[in-house]
Design a binder for this molecule. Structure first.
Ligand code: UT7
Length: 335
């Protein structure tokens, strides 16, 4: 049983990402949908995305990313597994216990967090809370989603946007002054706008539907775009103020990879230079809860992110939900 130590905070100790092998590029999509590579690239910044083959699931991806993060951290055993996802393998039960068991962490606390594309930031705050409360010493946090299983294959408004993948971090108990220490956080929601991005059927309100379209993701893109830019900018300002940082202190802005134009607009509203943006959306698409840890892992691998960099993280997603946090980047090598 861990001892309660109010001075302890969550510190990033390892990370890793995994993308399914099947790649769908824009030219493949333009052969089966009324779209073009030029439209998708210019409106979203996306060139290709990875998708699961039939039979592969969110848990399968989460296990791969989780294994890499545990190896990166040199972990000898996490005592909690938090899975940020809105595409669990089953509606019931949660998928995190299956991830834990398959990683040899059976017996660890394990549960899912569903805040859709903001899920990773919400789960960071949740995991940090487990550590600060003394309930955990080391948490494996995985963001994983398979939105290719939710989009209507005939819908040019959503198919090009989303990709599948998983990204993970290991958080350990540490001290507020260390590189990698997380926080503060800023988290919000607005359920009155749930209909902007929704899968109408399959849950308790409409378990079954005669309309096959009710099982697919419905998205009001332009409205989501407007809310995403305003809320991410607002939340970023709030968390910077809480951290005692100015915009000028930020070396890297790692935003949810929903659309390159959303991230450029947020950077402009904040007064951040465009070259502070960490971007990997060109080859991932929008991977929902996986997007931020995948972007962090890519940036740490290609040298965009250096130990000591001051990092601002911000996300926005269905719900609506949004949130932000900050950290000084630690010396970690992705697994
Ligand atoms: O992760 C959080 C959740 N999601 C988001 O953050 C997504 C936020 N929204 C967006 O990123 C953008 O709204 C989209 C990328 C989804 C759409 O871009 P847009 O610039 O807002 O386009 P639009 O929906 O206003 O559509 C403009 C035109 C329309 O044609 P008309 O009415 O002007 O003739 C659409 O029918 O583009 C058309 N269109 C397409 N054309 C070619 C929509 N999708 C496509 C497509 N290919 N794939």
């Amino acid at each position: 049983m861990a001892t309660l130590d109010s001075r302890e905070v969550a510190v990033v100790a390892g990370l890793g990402g995994w993308l399914p092998p099947r790649v769908v590029d824009n030219s493949e999509l333009s052969r089966r949908l009324d779209t073009t590579d030029e439209w998708i690239r210019s409106r979203t910044g996306i060139g290709r995305r990875h998708v699961v083959d039939p039979g592969m699931s969110t848990v399968d991806m989460a296990v791969e990313a989780g294994r890499r993060a545990l190896s990166s951290a040199g972990s000898t055993g996490a005592d909690a597994v938090v899975l940020a996802t809105s595409t669990p393998d089953q509606v019931c039960p949660a998928s995190a216990p299956q991830v834990a068991s398959r990683l040899g962490l059976g017996g660890a606390a394990a549960f899912d967090v569903n805040a859709v594309c903001s899920g990773f930031v919400y789960a960071l705050a949740t995991a940090a809370g487990l550590i600060s409360a003394g309930a955990s010493r080391e948490v494996l946090l995985v963001g994983a989603d398979a939105f290719s299983t939710l989009v209507d294959p005939e819908d040019r408004g959503t198919v090009p946007i989303f990709g599948d993948g998983a990204g993970a971090v290991v958080l350990r108990a540490g001290h507020p002054g260390e590189a990698g220490a997380l926080g503060p956080f800023d988290l919000h929601s607005d359920g009155e706008l749930a209909d902007l991005l929704v899968v109408p059927a399959g849950g308790s309100r409409k378990r079954m539907s005669d309309e096959p379209g009710d099982y697919y993701l419905s998205m009001r893109g332009p409205a989501v775009f407007r809310h995403a830019t305003a809320r991410m900018a607002e939340s970023s300002r709030a968390v910077l103020e809480r951290a005692g940082w100015t915009v000028g202190d930020v070396d890297r802005f790692v935003g949810h990879q929903a659309n390159v134009r959303i991230l450029q607009t947020v950077a402009k509203q904040l007064g951040l230079p465009v070259d502070s943006l960490v971007l990997n959306i060109e080859h991932t698409g929008n991977t929902s809860a996986a997007s931020i840890p995948l972007a962090l892992a890519d940036a740490a691998t290609d040298g965009t992110l250096h130990a000591g960099d001051r990092v601002l993280i911000s996300a926005f997603g269905a719900g609506l939900t949004w949130g932000s946090t900050v950290l000084r980047w630690p010396a970690v090598t992705p697994g």
